[in-house]
Design a protein. Structure first.
Length: 94
């Protein structure tokens, strides 16, 4: 049971990280600049975007605010840039 929970957590982290990367790059923010906005290292943002670590809830909220989306948008199970862009257009976030 614990292994299943860990695997699900990894999938969630990977999805959230991909969404953060897509939105960050669409808004033309470098990883270094984005990390600096939250007093984090570029390496920490890289780990989050690659699904190796998940952000804290507080940082997830900060990322959403910075990127002009909701936490729901960041955590939506959308894995392709064009699909995410379409989704956000419908929600009038872009």
């Amino acid at each position: 049971m614990q292994d299943k929970t860990k695997e699900e957590a990894k999938k969630i982290h990977k999805n959230n990280g991909q969404n953060i990367r897509i939105l960050r790059t669409q808004r033309k923010r470098s990883m270094t600049k984005f990390a600096g906005m939250f007093n984090l290292t570029r390496g920490t943002i890289s780990q989050i975007e690659n699904g190796l670590n998940g952000p804290t809830f507080i940082n997830l909220r900060r990322y959403a605010d910075c990127l002009g989306v909701t936490i729901d948008d960041l955590t939506s199970p959308v894995l392709k840039a064009d699909t995410l862009t379409s989704y956000l257009h419908k929600r009038k976030k872009i």
